[in-house]
Ligand binder design. Structure first.
Ligand code: NAD
Length: 473
């Protein structure tokens, strides 16, 4: 350990560890502080464990339908403890990979709660290497045994993420009412019934998992549609597909209370001005996440915040010079890849690299069946900006790979400027949408036209042929 550092990063999720790799690559002497495990929410309680369960659920569904492909097999038997073991092995393996990369990059990792305790001003000889006065930010690390280590750095990057936000619904603290954190660790018998409050990304992904596991799933969403932040057609089509599989979905439903009864947990909600009830064995509350800053600032050391979000400028610098923040804790876009991209920009600014603030084009991906992916503008957004835009949509029903793998009906829709044909956005609901969206992200990033993309040869048969078809108008 060679204290002081050029950069101390607090939080080892994808935002924090990717920023650390970039900082080390750029020659900054870097320390990374983590209070729990490497990988943050994404690896331990978010994206990776969820997608592990989604993969198991998809496989379970395929085995159940194997006879459609000419394979006879009995009903698949789900072993939730084995599912949990696979999840734990996946996490451990990825953690090992991150630890090895951190070691190779010579990044010092400290375990404990990092707290900003203030600024120390040092006097130097006044030469180029050490200016007359240097401000160093001080960080106290308190580990699980309450031992304290003090570090100093010229720059700090806060990447402490977020935690589930549970609204004060009466009964929200009853046993059996869970957030995604608890439900991801559930290794008991599949529930007979599960009520999900919130039809956002977490709500629909968990509904897909448990529906495939044979649980009777109900979703209550306050807004008029599922996935209300995305193109309307995506939410509507997903709702139809989920209902077909047996998920009970109520949009425009205002949850009033949860009470324990003999039959389970009874939820009372208001729908079309009528009070209704639904009873389930377990309840998932998936109503959003809020920035996590617990223990992060000693008294008088916090930068400005707004409703818990740390405020930053376009370089991700907070209201305290030298302290930067990225990812869920600034609450602009709560996605792992957004945090990682913001972290790279912040680190490049710290390293003095010019032009590090290009606007980020962040794809959204939802891991339902079919998958959903979206990037750039929707047609409504383009029109609201006064752009003369049009859309072209192709269905998956004529795509060879979709038909031979018995995929559900889906679509690929491209949004483009009417006169120049410049691609402005894309929305996809189909198999492998989350893998294929990058082709549109790249096209928009490089201001490509429909014709530019149409020149690209797509393999046959492939799901990506839908992209080739969508850009030929
Ligand atoms: P979200 O904001 O996506 O959805 C929450 C939903 O709950 C909203 O639709 C909201 O209207 C509804 N809601 C709020 N209060 C309610 C109430 N009292 N009754 C009924 N409905 C209510 O939040 P989330 O699904 O909890 O996810 C949290 C964050 O994690 C999101 O920012 C999301 O982008 C991110 N995430 C991303 C992925 C992914 O990219 N695949 C997966 C999981 C989570």
């Amino acid at each position: 350990m060679n204290n002081p550092y050029d950069l101390i990063i607090i939080g080892a999720g994808p935002g924090g560890y990717e920023a650390a790799f970039e900082a080390a690559r750029l020659g900054l002497h870097t320390a990374l502080i983590e209070k729990d495990s490497l990988g943050g929410t994404c690896l331990n309680r978010g994206c990776i464990p969820t997608k592990t369960l989604i993969h198991t659920a998809g496989l379970h569904d395929e085995i159940r339908q194997a006879s459609r492909f000419g394979i006879s097999s009995g009903s698949p038997i789900l072993d939730m403890q084995a599912v949990q073991r696979h999840k734990a092995d996946t996490i451990a393996s990825l953690q090992k990979g991150i630890a090895a990369r951190l070691k190779a990059a010579k990044i010092d990792v400290f375990y404990g709660v990092g707290t900003l305790t203030g600024i120390e001003t040092l006097s130097g000889p006044g030469d180029k290497a050490e200016p007359e006065q240097q401000s160093l930010h001080c960080v106290r690390i308190t580990d699980a045994d309450n031992s304290v280590t003090m570090l100093k750095a010229s720059h700090i990057l806060l990447a402490t993420g977020s935690m589930p936000s549970v609204p004060p619904i009466p009964g929200h603290d009853l046993p059996g009412v869970m957030t995604s954190d608890e439900l991801l660790s559930y290794g008991g018998e599949p529930f007979e019934s599960l009520l999900i409050i919130g039809g956002g990304v977490i709500g629909v992904e968990f509904a897909g998992i448990w529906q495939a596991f044979g649980t009777k799933v109900t979703i209550l969403e306050a807004l008029p549609s599922l996935l209300a932040n995305l193109d309307r057609e995506l939410g509507q089509s997903l709702k139809l597909s989920m209902k077909k599989k047996g998920t009970d979905i109520h949009t425009g439903a205002a949850v009033q209370s949860l009470t324990r009864t003999e039959d389970g947990i009874c939820c009372s909600y208001l729908e079309k001005e009528q009070t209704q009830t639904v009873t389930a064995q377990a309840v998932l509350v998936a109503t959003g996440r809020r920035p996590y800053t617990q223990g992060l600032f000693a008294e008088g050391c916090a930068p400005a915040t707004e409703r818990g979000r740390i405020l930053t400028d376009e370089y991700y610098e907070t209201t305290i010079p030298g302290i930067y923040a990225i990812g869920d804790v600034i609450g602009q876009v709560q996605l792992a890849h957004a945090a990682a991209a913001q972290g790279l920009q912040a680190v490049r600014h710290i390293a003095g690299i010019p032009d590090s603030t290009a606007p980020l084009l962040i794809p959204s991906c939802v891991y339902t069946t079919p998958e959903i992916a979206s990037v750039g503008m929707t047609l409504d957004e383009a029109k609201a900006k006064g752009i003369a835009a049009a859309s072209h949509k192709v269905l998956s029903s004529a795509n060879g790979k979709s038909v031979l793998t018995l995929q559900e009906r889906g679509f690929v829709k491209v949004i483009y400027e009417e006169d120049t044909h410049t691609i402005l956005g894309a929305q996809m609901l189909c198999a492998r949408a989350t893998d294929m969206i990058s082709e549109f992200t790249e096209a928009i990033h490089h201001h490509l036209t429909l014709e530019d993309l149409a020149e690209v040869i797509h393999p046959h048969p492939s799901f990506s042929e839908m992209i080739a078809e969508a850009v030929r108008i």
